[in-house]
Design a protein around this ligand. Sequence first.
Ligand code: ADP
Length: 660
Amino acid sequence: MRSFSKILIANRGEIALRVMRTCRAMGISTVAVYSDADAHSPHTRFADEAVHIGPSASNESYLQIEKIIDGARRTGAEAIHPGYGFLSENADFASACEAAGITFIGPRSESIREMGSKSIARRIVAGAGVPIVPGYNGDDQNVESLRSQALGVGLPLLIKASGGGGGKGMRIVREVSALTESLESARREADRAFGDGSLLIEKYIEDARHVEFQIMGDNQGNLIHLFERECSIQRRHQKVVEESPSPALTPELRSRMGEAAVAVGRSFGYTNAGTVEFILAPSGEFYFIEVNTRLQVEHPVTEMITGLDLVMLQIEIAAGKPLSLTQEDVKCRGHAIEVRLYAEDPDNDFLPSTGIIHHWNPPSVMDGLRIDAGIEAKTEIGIHYDPLLAKVISHAADRETALRKLTYGMKTLSVQGIQTNRDFLIRLLEHTEFREGRYHTGFVTGRLGELIAQEDPALDLACAAAAALYLQESRRARAEILPHIPAGYRNNPYRDPLVKLQIGANTFDVSYRGTGDDTYAVSCGGERLQVQVVSSEPGGLRLMVGCVQRLFQVTEADETLYLHSSAGSRRVTRLPRYPQQNAASDHETASASMPGQVLKILVNVGHEVAIGDPLIILEAMKMEQTIRAAMAGVVEAVLVKMGQVVSPGDVLVEIAAIGA
Ligand code: ADP
């Protein structure tokens, strides 16, 4: 048995903090590693010591094996916890730790290597008698052979990168005509992302659910499961909501799947924490898809229903301690649900967003509500890292109560300054089918129209009024002379104060007139509102609108006000009083729709393009996006260089109509 007095956490954000909390609770000192961008980040400040490992780009810092091992040596850390992502499933990193005499808190490097290949994992698991999705995982990777294997498997099918993760290189194929092109593009993407173009083909199971089992094995050969997590709420094949128990499992199915998960673990001689993922078909049949050889993002769900600290178990197992639990000791109590708060835009295909968090208000403190966050006010969300901001997890005696608490918690949470999926998550939690547990992996795509932003004119109006009154209250507070003059006072008594505001795509001309007693008649478009300012303070206003009193929290950043109330949040921008001219011409520009780095430039000046032709490929936060021509014409200018970092709205390419 070893004993650790200091652990280095080779990660950042919420997971680094989460691992450090357990270390601290165990009396173990912590060492953070950080890149330039993270010099002042919460995880860097929380740790007892922090080692600088390089520039912001992750391949120059968080993916630098040598620098991290060197950091452990310098600080005398005896073990390294890799978190998830970055080097957590990198067998070379685990081996390098082993070689340096530092304990890697995770499975043996050999297990990581075997399971890092979905194809090898399928072969081993099939050998252990656990069902795998019908498909092809052979060595013959010639596109023609893959094509004939695919036709043998039958449509619809799913092409996957064998070394893949994060949904990259995945293609659903429903038509034979799309097969060759899908195989070729999946190969290119896999090659670029993982340096390995090997593909595997699986039957695509329609309307399937994603049900995974947490497993935990010690070095003495004990291996147990800690029940399942249902993770079928996904966008782009990646999870956003997870819960346990799964609403889809009967006790009998749970026990069969749990046994299969343990059998999978045994087939690899698995140690430490891992996750065995299954696809559950509507018929009730289940199939193995892969093993993740690390702590999962969604592990808190398991912690809440079992009462166990998974990081503590990981550390104890890595230290050589046998599991003190048998399968029978693990009990599932109540129900837990997690939502992932991402910096992304659900209305724009869930593309990542960047910016500065001007206001962060975690959910109200409630019994059974856990917040694992890696952000704070003023945190800058850049292009280099995963867009996960925080996880909110609720636990209660039953699913309905857990859902209600989580929904309420999410409504009290406010994160302002960047586009997030907060409102999308609330709509999802309130969706009838989700509430009834009737969902599968196609749910988000199938119900997108109901889940993305809905018009809410009443909220727009209330926020426009609140913003206008907030601006005048802060002007009044700042006024050094005559602070006693009534709000909205004008020399010219015939003109009410007017502000021009923008909310979403709509413009609001808001005027207001004091009618005594801090009450205002606010006019906006054809609407009139009677609003009373109950109290006003630097961070917001308490307003009474239509007999209902609400607090509107307001955060100012330049010309933008971020408002948050129990009725919802809005970003309100002050506009100049006179509109600016729009340039219209027979020119078209292609602009970045997400922040990112230019990965590929596909056109040159003089190049003729048709509508839809790819122009530029951008990459940010593990996502690629192709910018296409919106008009046929000739490329007149390419305004970016390879590797350049761009912001949303930046013009990348200019196109002129032929003959223009
Ligand atoms: P990655 O490692 O890239 O995340 P996975 O193999 O874990 O890829 O699959 C990601 C998601 O894709 C799963 O959670 C599931 O929703 C879907 N999926 C994977 N395999 C299948 C399949 N054979 N049929 C239907 N859906 C699948």
